[in-house]
Design a protein around this ligand. Structure first.
Ligand code: UTP
Length: 290
C-alpha cells in the first residue's frame, strides 16, 4: 500500500516467555497461536502493511525462531500442495513472505519490553512503530495507521490508550494527563501496574506505540523498573519533557490475547463476525450452554 507518511519501520518485540500461556508456550510462541487459521503475528503484520510499513523488525529469543520461519517460503510444502491440492497454494502465497523486508534481532534473555526495543537500535533511523501482537486490535482503519496519523499531527511520542474497568487497572501501565482534546491526551506521568487507589486515571497503555529515535538513548541506561525488568514505560516517561508524549484513544476493538480468556474472546468474536463460521459457532455456543 502506498503511504506518504515518514514512518516505514515497525518493531515486533516477541521474545517474551509467554508464562500466562504455559505449557503450550514451551513449544509454540504465543504469537503463533491461531485466531481461526492464522497466527496472531499475521494480524499484526497485516495491520502494519495497511499503514504503509515496509521494514519489519522482529526481536525474538533464540528459542522462538519459528516465528521467522512462518514468513519464509516453504519449498517442500509448496511442492506437495502443487501435486496434491493446488487450490491450497494461495494459503501459503507470496503475500505471506517477507524476505528482504524482514529483519531478525536476537534478545538473548527476556530482560523486559524496554530491553527488547533497545535490541533493535542498530536498525532504527527515524521515528518507528511498535506493535505487541498479543494485543489484537480489530478496527476499520488499521490501529497503527491511526497512530501514525496522530504522530503526524503532534510530532511527539504517541502511545495507544484505552479505558479499562477499575478492577483491571493494576494489570496495565496507566497515564496521568494534563488535558485532552478529541482522542488525544497530553501525558504528564505514567505509572506501571498501579493499585486501584494509586491509579491516576482509567486510561491504560495498550500495545501500540510510535516512538522517536531518542527513546534508544533513554533505554540505553538499562534502568531496571517494575518486576525487575527494563520497562518501556519508564523510558517513554523520561522523554515527556523533551519529545512530549501523547496518549491516543484509538477506534477499534482490542483483545488481550496474552491471557487465556482474552484469547478465547478474540477467537469467538472473530469467528462470529465471519459469515463463514457465524452460524456454526452460535449453534455450538447454544448447545454448550444447555
Ligand atoms: P508480556 O509480558 O505480555 O509477554 O510482554 P510475555 O512475557 O511473553 O508473557 P507473560 O507475561 O509471561 O505471559 C509484552 C510483549 O513484550 C515482549 C513479549 O514477547 C510481548 O510481545 N517481550 C517481553 C520481549 O520481547 N522481551 C522481554 O524481555 C519481555
Amino acid at each position: 500500500m502506498n503511504s506518504s507518511n515518514e514512518i516505514k519501520t515497525v518493531v515486533f518485540p516477541v521474545a517474551g516467555i509467554g508464562s500466562r500461556f504455559l505449557p503450550v508456550t514451551k513449544m509454540v510462541p504465543k504469537e503463533l497461536l491461531p485466531i481461526l487459521n492464522r497466527p496472531l503475528i499475521e494480524y499484526a503484520i497485516n495491520e502494519a502493511k495497511e499503514a504503509g510499513i515496509e521494514k519489519f523488525i522482529f526481536v525474538i529469543s533464540p528459542e522462538k525462531k519459528s516465528i521467522i520461519n512462518y514468513f519464509k517460503k516453504d519449498e517442500k510444502l509448496e511442492s506437495i500442495l502443487r501435486k496434491k491440492n493446488p487450490a491450497l497454494l494461495e494459503q501459503v502465497a507470496n503475500n505471506l513472505i517477507l524476505d528482504d523486508s524482514l529483519i531478525e534481532v536476537i534478545q538473548e534473555e527476556p530482560l523486559g519490553l524496554g530491553h527488547a526495543i533497545w535490541c533493535a537500535r542498530d536498525f532504527i533511523d527515524g521515528p518507528f512503530a511498535v506493535i505487541l501482537p498479543d494485543d489484537l486490535i480489530i478496527s476499520k482503519v488499521s490501529c497503527i495507521k491511526q497512530m501514525i496519523d496522530a504522530y503526524e499531527e503532534h510530532k511527539s511520542n504517541v502511545i495507544a490508550v484505552q479505558e479499562v474497568d477499575t478492577i483491571d487497572i493494576s494489570k496495565y501501565g496507566v497515564i496521568n494527563y494534563s488535558k485532552n482534546s478529541k482522542n488525544f491526551y497530553f501525558i504528564e506521568d505514567m505509572v506501571e501496574k498501579p493499585s486501584i487507589e494509586e491509579a491516576p486515571s482509567n486510561l491504560a497503555i495498550i500495545g501500540r506505540y510510535i516512538l522517536m529515535p531518542n527513546i534508544m538513548n533513554a533505554l540505553s541506561t538499562k534502568k531496571v523498573g517494575y518486576g525487575g525488568e527494563i520497562q518501556l514505560t519508564d523510558a517513554i516517561k523520561s522523554t515527556i519533557n523533551n519529545d512530549g508524549v501523547v496518549g491516543y484513544k484509538f477506534e477499534g476493538n482490542r483483545y488481550d490475547c496474552g491471557n487465556i480468556v482474552g484469547a478465547l474472546e478474540a477467537q469467538l468474536s472473530v469467528a462470529i463476525n465471519n459469515s463463514k463460521y457465524r452460524d456454526q459457532v452460535i449453534k455450538i455456543i447454544n448447545k454448550s450452554l444447555k
